[in-house]
Each structure stands twice: as structure tokens, then as C-alpha cells.
Design a protein around this ligand. Sequence first.
Ligand SMILES: CCCCCCC/C=C/C(=O)SCCNC(=O)CCNC(=O)[C@H](O)C(C)(C)COP(=O)(O)OP(=O)(O)OC[C@H]1O[C@@H](n2cnc3c(N)ncnc32)[C@H](O)[C@@H]1OP(=O)(O)O
Ligand SMILES: Cc1cc2nc3c(=O)[nH]c(=O)nc-3n(C[C@H](O)[C@H](O)[C@H](O)COP(=O)(O)OP(=O)(O)OC[C@H]3O[C@@H](n4cnc5c(N)ncnc54)[C@H](O)[C@@H]3O)c2cc1C
Length: 662
Amino acid sequence: MAATVNPDLKKERENSSFDPNKITSFLYGGPEIVKKKRELESLALNDPDYQHEDLNFMSQEQQYETFLKKTLLMVTKVRELKIDVADRHFYRSAVIGTNPDPLGLHVGMFLPTLYGQASQEQKDKWLKMAENFAIIGTYAQTEMGHGTFLRGLETTATYDPKTQEFILNTPNLTASKWWPGGLGKTSNYCVLMAQLYIHGKSYGPHPFMVQIRSLQDHKPLPGVTVGDIGPKFGYDSIDNGFLALNNVRIPRENMLMKHSKVAPDGTYVKPPSSKLAYGTMVFVRATIVNDSATALAIATTIAIRYSCVRRQSEMRPGHPEPQVLDYVTQQYKLFPYLAAAYAFWLTGQTMMSVYTTSSSQISKGDISVLPELHALSAGLKALSSWVANVGMEECRMACGGHGYSHASGLPRLYANMTPGATYEGENTVMMLQTARYLMKSYNQSLQGEKLAGSVAYLSGVQPVPAAGRTRNMLDLGVLCDAYRHRAARLVHEAAVQLRNERQAGKDQPDAWNAASVDLVKAAMAHSQYFVVKNFAERLTDSTLDSSISDVLTRLCQLHALHGLVTNSGDFLEDGYLTGTDVRQARRHINALMAKLRPDAVALVDAFDFPDGILNSVLGRYDGNVYEHLLEWAKASPLNKTDVHQSYHKYLKPFLEDNRAKL
Ligand SMILES: CCCCCCC/C=C/C(=O)SCCNC(=O)CCNC(=O)[C@H](O)C(C)(C)COP(=O)(O)OP(=O)(O)OC[C@H]1O[C@@H](n2cnc3c(N)ncnc32)[C@H](O)[C@@H]1OP(=O)(O)O
Ligand SMILES: Cc1cc2nc3c(=O)[nH]c(=O)nc-3n(C[C@H](O)[C@H](O)[C@H](O)COP(=O)(O)OP(=O)(O)OC[C@H]3O[C@@H](n4cnc5c(N)ncnc54)[C@H](O)[C@@H]3O)c2cc1C
């Protein structure tokens, strides 16, 4: 095995224009945090207790078992090592990589739901147990028949004032809970979303704390049917489950009552907004923007490093084969996603800070920020996870044949990250939620109201194109203006279409459906404007080292220009940009890619993923791809013996029979 770094990668690192550590610091929030991150990662990655066979060589059952063992051990070690709550994610991602784990929903949704939906009394009762993993819970909302349409959930929680209990039922097959992570085999509790009924009246979906398995022998409690939903496209290290309930009784106190309440006599106390019950989803949507950035950062790290090691074809007859990253078409496949990884990384940080500020306002009783928070998180979740999906697959294909092997790490990355486009709100549905808010805001602006927050720009909607003039298409101000104009125009166009459909005689739901392609387009444009503007604003940070602000500016320009060229019709349609502008933009993209080429490896190194998290033979830091490809293949179960036992069972008699017939 080669101990040195591949010479091509070594040269790339020597030739870069900046020190990647400076960008790492910028991305993670300072050198101290990076130091902590590296310490924790190294602790986890070098811990022999976490080592196991490659997941790609395991069955679904083995993957679940391995991950259960590993995550339980992790919980114990985090406690022993006294790792700060704020730093735990560094340790955790080194232990599990990008694989989901059976406690993921406990930490990611069950606990946040208790924090956000339980009254103080309920927190006192359950939080200590949940935080210390004395009980394990999940978030059980989606049903076999309904995921998107929450108001259509069929699970019922019927209040019985005589016993002061709720009676829980999944009244038919399609009402069975289906998908919740960790529900199948791991959890003994769940937060159950069910339709609240009191005295025969429905009050809509509410969260309930429900014990589903015995704390003694882990068997399902009476009236509970629970199990795993079987192998999936990915996510095999976690037990997504089903759950059916038949007249299961829980005490009145088990309805999570921070926002709405049911008194012993059945009196219902309304929450300030019924949507407060959806709070955990909004939180997770905000985190999906970060996940999408991570997915793209990992995928581009693998593909860009490999593209420097991989040499193929002859650019000039008789000359050495070039690194495939020198093909401009290869750069055009990868660099826009590298830029997108940076763009979403920074957007994710902003989204989390908007989330934190808004939640603190909400907890003080100011729910006016809820619609903006919902619309922004829904749109950014959808945009980022869609781009990540396409980007991960582009990176895989850019690795040629080896990209198709699990050795590349890309198929597993894709399978584990692609559901971000579906869970926590299917992306089209989320974009339509953003569009709803845009339509409302736009109409308010037409009535002279001043808008605030991410939609403030709609107040100045100018359907009339700006006068034609020559623009510097590299100027970030010009680019932000163009994105703003496009978003405002598409919001206006969608509103006009909606109005026209109404005027043509359609009722509101039909008009909405008829205009929905344009509505999604408007929401997409709004979200893209937010991302571009946010990237540009982060570059105005006066503390940014000039050696890195140059290269980050190029990435920002590339991100904005690539989106502009890809969607050029939107910018050209009303004459806001001219053909000359778009031609100029295309030329700038080529020039930017040439400038970014020497820094490409340093830019992915700056994401600072250790090999243990990348989990990719192609993306290794040392670039020693080929020897490790062979080593990896040799570890495959099929290679445990030179002659596989199936030879004796099937192949031998088959061949012998055929030979005998000659
Ligand atoms: C790190 C953790 C681990 C990660 C792994 C994650 C594993 C995955 C877990 C899950 O997937 S959990 C299940 C997630 N499920 C969903 O996300 C369901 C998606 N559906 C919905 O959110 C809603 O039903 C909907 C589609 C948004 C609502 O549609 P509808 O319009 O029918 O809703 P109403 O309920 O009537 O809404 C009326 C009104 O309220 C607004 N609104 C809706 N949701 C919210 C919200 N969360 N916050 C604030 N406001 C909300 C909606 O836009 C309407 O507004 P108006 O237009 O009337 O003003
Ligand atoms: C890996 C994974 C993990 C999950 N984990 C959990 C979990 O822990 N807990 C949990 O409760 N759930 C979980 N889910 C479920 C998930 O939240 C839902 O699958 C998701 O919300 C989408 O809902 P759906 O399946 O009903 O899709 P559907 O709504 O059936 O979507 C099907 C199609 O219909 C379209 N569509 C639906 N409604 C509309 C509309 N109004 N307008 C236009 N188009 C529409 C969609 O765009 C989509 O193209 C998980 C799912 C996956 C894949």
C-alpha cells in the first residue's frame, strides 16, 4: 500500500492560491471550533470500538444491528467523555457518517417535540428520561394513506371524560403509521400525531405521548401492532416502521399541552395558532438546508479529488493523458455544484439563525413571524435538497465507471441523502407553501402594505423591464438585482395567472391547481434569490481574509451566473437581460472555471471531511485510489474464497452437463 500522497493531488495542493484552513475556519465559525471538531472526529475515528465491516457488504438486518450497537455505544461514550452539547454533532458525524441511525429520530424529532410542544409539567415528567435515553421515542405522523395532507390523517385520539383518557385508534389499514424512523424495532415511545375528538367534534391533528412497547421486555403493549417496513432505496441502517393502534388508552396528561389544552371535563383550549403543532417539522426543514450543503460538499470532494487523480484520453496526440479535471466539460459538471455547496452551507447558517430568532419570538408569544419562517424554511429546504439530488448524481456520473461502484461512496451518499427531497414535506408541496405566502404578500403589497423580511422586495415589484444597458455580469450587485427582478416578475406572473384562471370561471382550488407550475417556478426563483443574496452579503464581511475573499467571490459569481444561464429564459423573457448579457455570462463562467481550476482541490479540502466520514475510495485525501480499489474489492464477501460455494451447487453441474452434450 502506498504511504505517500498521489503526486497529482500533491501538486494540486501546492499550487492553490490560499490556505484551505482559512476557509475551514470561515465555514465552521472560527479556528477554535475547527480545533474542537478535529479533536472529536479523531477521537471517534480512531476508536477501535466503532470499527466494523463495510456496510455495503451487509444485509439490511446486519446494517441495523451494527448501527444500533454503534449508536448506543456512542451515547455512552458521549456521556463518559463529557462532550459539550454544542460539539456533539462533530463526534456523531464521525461515528455514523451520513448514515441514518436508529436513535436519529429520538434526538432529531422526539426530543425537539418535547421541548417545543410539552408543557412545563410534561417536560418535568418526561424530559429527564428522554434526554438520558431511559426511553427511546420517535415522531409518528405519516400514515400509509397520508403524509403530505396532515389534516387528512386518520388516526384518532378520542377523549373519554369519564376516565379522563384518550382512546387511540388507527381505524383502518391506511391509517397505520408508516415510515417513522426507529419505530420498527428500536423505540418504546413515540409522539403520535392524531386527530383530536372531544364529544364527537374534531379539533384537527395534535401530538400525543404514547408508550408502545413494554419497558420490561420490549414487547408491543396491548392494542399495539408495530414492525419494520422492510428494505428501502437506502436508509437500511435505520428501522423505519409501521404502527397500528386498537383502542389504546392513554391518560389525558399525555396530550402535549404547551399550545392547546384539554381540561378534565373535555373543554378544549385553543392554541394561539393551530400551526404551532407543526413546529418540529419547521425545525427539521431548516436543518435539511445544512444536510443538503453537506451532501454536495461530500460529493464534490470525492469527484474533484478523483478527477485530479484520474487521467484519461489524449488531449494532444502523443502527450500524457490529462487529469480529467482539465477537461472543461468536467469542470462544468462539478464546479457549479462546488459553488452550490458553499452557497447552501452559508444559507443553512442563515436559515438556522432565522429559526432561532423566530422561535424565541414565538416562545414569547409573538406568532406573527410564523408564516415567514414556514415559507422560508419550506422553500429553502426544497431548493437545496433538489439541487443536492441532482448534484450528487452528477458527481457520481462524473466519476465514470468507478462512480457506479459502492467503493466511490456516492451511491450510498445519494441513497441516504435523496429522501431529503421527500421527507419533512415533499418538495413540490413545500414550494407551493412558499408560493402561498408569496401570493398573499404580493397582494398585500399591491394594497400598499409595506412588506418585511424575505419578501420585502416584492413591495417594489417592477413588472416593466429596466431600460436596456450594458451590464457587468460579474458584479454581484448586478447579479442580485437580476435575481430579485426575476423573482418579483415570476411572483407577479403567477399572481396574474391565478387571477386570470379565476376570471375565466375557475374556483380558487382549480385556479390554484391550474397555476401551480408557475407558482412553483415563482417560489423557486424567490428561494434562489435568497441564496444568491445571502452568499453575496456574507462576502461583505470585513473580517474576511483577502486571500480567501477572492476565491469565495469567484464561487459566488459562478453560482449566480450558472443559475442565470441555466434559467436564462426567465431573465430574458421580459427583456430585463439581453442576449448580450447572457452571452457575457456564459463567457464569464468559462473564465471563472479556469480561475477556479487551480484552487479546486483546496476548496474541497476546506470542507475538512476526514476520510472516515467521506467513506470513499475515490475521494481519499491521499488520492491513492487504485490500490485501495483492489483492496476494497478483495474484502467483498464473494471473494472470501477463490471458488464460491455456488460453483459446486449450480455452475459445476451446469457446465458439466453442457460439456457432456457436446
Ligand atoms: C435530524 C433529524 C432526523 C432527520 C430525519 C427526518 C426523517 C423524516 C421525518 C418526517 O418526514 S416527519 C413527517 C413530515 N411531514 C410533513 O412534513 C408533512 C407535510 N405537510 C404539511 O406540512 C402540511 O400539511 C401542509 C402541506 C404544509 C399543509 O397544507 P394545508 O394548506 O392543507 O394546511 P393547513 O394545515 O390547512 O394550513 C393552513 C395554513 O397554515 C399554513 N401552514 C402550514 N404548515 C405550517 C407551518 N408548519 N407553520 C406555519 N404555517 C403553516 C399554510 O401555509 C396555510 O397558510 P395560509 O395560506 O392559510 O395562510
Ligand atoms: C426515508 C424517509 C424517512 C421518513 N421518516 C419519517 C418519520 O420519521 N416520521 C414520519 O412521520 N414520516 C416520515 N417519513 C414520511 C415523509 O414525511 C412523507 O413521505 C412525506 O411527507 C411525503 O408525503 P407522502 O409520502 O404522503 O407523499 P405524497 O403526498 O403522496 O406525494 C406523492 C406525489 O403527490 C404530489 N402531491 C401531493 N400533494 C400535493 C399537492 N397538494 N399539490 C401538488 N402535488 C401534490 C407530490 O408532489 C408527489 O409528487 C419518511 C419518509 C422517508 C422517505
